[in-house]
Design a protein around this ligand. Structure first.
Ligand code: CMC
Length: 375
């Protein structure tokens, strides 16, 4: 029997069409609904980008006000979910906590079983609004702190900080955070988005798709890398140790987190913008150590391996400088990527065909089942 061509890791496979975003590796560029991400970062809020991803066009003033009000009105999580969160093990990883909380929200949702586009859009708003509340409640519960109530007068970014820290930071910090959310919002058929589309292709509901997406995002080869980057930087300690540390990694042929990308081979379109805002954070905080260490690592990776950093590389230190605990970094990615995931869930459902590839069998030939005493 001839071996069919196997596309391990689905490298280079076009699995469907999409109108949501476009990655152009030849020019290191990325557009959402036709707009360059850098342009969106400099001129729009995260809420405007969420609206764009879900509706195909940027909102006008009235549409934005309506969208923000709808999101702000849905931020509370139920007393039942608060109780469940309080019972999570204090040692639980925040990604496991938010995955479980989203799954629970699915059971509670008044339109749980309704997979119509209209219901899915309403559920997407509820997820966008409630995910930060659940992330922050679980984080605070693990520290023995009471939850902070969401304030509907806050923007999405202000609300996130307030829920986690009980206060809103200065505008430069909020802007850097908003930029990170915009950059994390969407990125074509990455592993977690494709997972969400695959779940949707079976006719399952959006909470199931997003729960599965969160499970996929946790992995260190995907979203978990932003957390891994910061663990790496703190382990290195400072720019003086960076070259030697990296040489040891090379000797062990180990992966260096925050570098490499399946699609971009000569630079991630999102890195220059995120680096600029991470640098601003270093200035605001007055701590250049992590950005200096990053600079040494990136230069040596490029010179010796010809591998460029990806978005997680500058996002890790940016979040650290904003004051977030390292295990919260990937949940922040969830809070942003829910926008892209939901856009893909809606797109997949609108023109669906069950996703079901083939496997080429390489196990034992067919054989009889031996009786128990002959095994
Ligand atoms: N450190 C060291 N070597 C690397 C790295 C890295 N981070 N990334 C790629 N390489 C090497 C790889 O070992 C391979 O070498 P060889 O040809 O000798 O076997 C070569 O570069 C080509 O890479 P690949 O294995 O074909 O790359 P891939 O497309 O299968 O994997 C990746 C892409 C992102 C999984 C991988 O680069 C990686 O594991 N990076 C570290 C984790 C990371 O930062 N992930 C975040 C991804 S982007 C944003 C996100 O999703 O959050």
């Amino acid at each position: 029997e001839a071996t069919p061509e196997i596309k391990k890791g689905l490298v280079g496979v076009y699995a469907d069409v999409s109108t949501i975003s476009k990655v152009m590796p030849e020019t290191n560029s990325l557009t959402y609904r036709g707009y360059a991400v850098q342009d969106l970062c400099e001129n729009c809020s995260f809420e405007e980008v969420a609206y764009l991803l879900w509706n195909g066009e940027l909102p006008n003033r009235g549409q934005l006000a309506e969208f923000k009000a709808a999101e702000a009105a849905e931020r509370e999580i139920s007393p039942a979910l608060h109780r469940v969160i309080k019972d999570f093990p204090a040692s639980a990883h925040p990604m496991d906590a938010i995955r479980t909380a989203v799954s629970f929200m699915g059971m509670e949702d008044p339109e749980s079983a309704d997979v119509s586009e209209a219901a899915t859009r309403r559920k997407a708003i509820r997820l966008l609004a409630k995910i930060p509340t659940a992330i922050a409640a679980a984080h605070r519960a693990a520290k023995g702190l009471p939850p902070v109530a969401p304030d509907p007068s806050h923007s999405f970014g202000e609300n996130f900080f307030n829920l986690v820290f009980g206060k809103v930071p200065q505008p430069e910090v909020l802007k850097a955070f908003d930029v990170s959310l915009i950059l994390y919002a969407e990125h074509t058929f990455n592993a977690s988005t494709y997972t969400a589309r695959l779940v949707t292709s079976t006719g399952a509901d959006i909470h199931g798709a997003i729960t599965a997406g969160i499970a996929a995002l946790k992995g260190p080869l995907h979203g978990g890398a932003n957390e891994a980057v910061m663990h790496m930087l703190t382990e290195i300690g400072g720019p003086e140790q960076a070259e030697e540390w990296l040489s040891t990694r090379f000797d062990h042929k180990a992966l260096v987190m925050g570098f490499g990308h399946r699609v971009y081979k000569s630079g991630d379109s999102r890195v220059p913008t995120m680096t600029k805002y991470a640098e601003k954070m270093a200035e605001v905080v007055g701590d250049r150590r992590w950005m200096e260490t990053s600079r040494v690592l990136a230069a040596k990776m490029l010179k010796e391996k010809n591998i460029h950093p990806n978005l997680d590389f500058p996002a890790g230190p940016a979040y650290y400088l904003m004051g977030f605990d390292i295990p919260l970094f990937t949940p922040i990615f969830v809070a942003a990527r829910i926008t892209g995931w939901a856009a893909h869930v809606i797109e997949q459902a609108a023109d669906n065909r069950l996703i079901r590839p083939l496997s080429h069998y390489t196990g034992p030939e067919q054989r009889p089942v031996p009786p128990m005493d002959q095994r």
